[in-house]
Design a protein around this ligand. Structure first.
Ligand SMILES: [Fe+2]
Length: 258
């Protein structure tokens, strides 16, 4: 037995879909209830689903009884505030686990590289069932901002950078890829993030959106990339020393965005 995966994701682990040009009223994401989460600092989330329908960002496996990132329960007050956003998450018809809007403040490329993390979408997922991947729909128009994916956390040669204009859609195996966003803006970026279960429904949605596993990656100045690598290692070392001084063994990289 093995997990059911999407053939469209087999090639590179991600697909970029056609831009969704249907407008969504900004009030939908502006009026949601946001909460801070874990070590993600100033980044906030507005959960649309949760383990039990409360405003809660915790992984479903951290509840009793634990379950994998499937069968999220809609949070009624949030759904009422953002019906169109919810409809976008439901559009593929695939099972939905966690579903939330992220609010990300402007940051630097080096910040994004330091924030690279893998998700934990398939903890407790059962062999023979659908592999959980993440869909990202950019709500705000951030054409200069980039979704950064790395196969190898420390190797910029494995990096793919996808621009994030309004309506841009990316589906990523975020447990495989190290990922983060470099938000080059002045106002916060808002994006819908949905855990979808792979299967025929998701395959059909990817096909209808002309999912491209080789979407054009944006080129960056090599010096910027090199400098960020140095900064990445400096920050990791700085954190290691701080932990050491506090008598704490270095933890694995935190999943900043769950
Ligand atoms: Fe993530």
């Amino acid at each position: 037995m093995s997990f059911v995966t999407s053939p469209a994701l087999d090639e590179t682990g991600y697909v970029a879909l056609d831009r969704d040009d249907r407008a969504i009223d900004a009030a939908e994401w502006q009026e949601l209830e946001y909460i801070g989460w874990r070590s993600s600092g100033i980044t906030r989330f507005a959960p649309l689903t949760s383990y039990a329908g409360d405003v809660d960002c915790n992984g479903f496996w951290n509840h009793t009884p634990p379950r994998t990132d499937k069968d999220g329960v809609w949070i009624e007050p949030q759904v009422e505030r953002a019906p169109t956003i919810v409809a976008r998450a439901q559009e593929p018809g695939a099972n939905i686990g966690r579903c939330r809007v992220i609010e990300l403040q402007p940051n630097t490329y080096a910040d994004a590289i330091y924030n690279l993390h893998q998700d934990d979408n398939n903890r407790l997922n059962e062999d023979g069932t659908g592999w959980v991947v993440r869909g990202m729909l950019n709500l705000t128009d951030d054409p200069d901002s980039l979704m950064i994916l790395r196969e190898d956390r420390f190797d910029p040669a494995t990096e793919v950078r996808l621009p994030l204009p309004a309506g841009s859609r990316v589906i990523v195996d975020t447990q495989r890829f190290w990922h983060a966003v470099w938000h080059r803006g002045t106002a916060p970026r808002y994006s819908l993030i949905t855990s979808w279960t792979s299967g025929p429904e998701l395959d059909a949605y990817i096909a209808a959106g002309h999912g491209d596993p080789n979407a054009q990656s944006v080129a960056l100045d090599q010096q910027l990339v090199d400098d960020a690598q140095v900064e990445l290692h400096r920050r990791i070392e700085e954190r290691r020393r701080a932990f050491e001084a506090a008598g704490i063994t270095m933890e694995p990289p935190a999943s900043l965005y769950g």
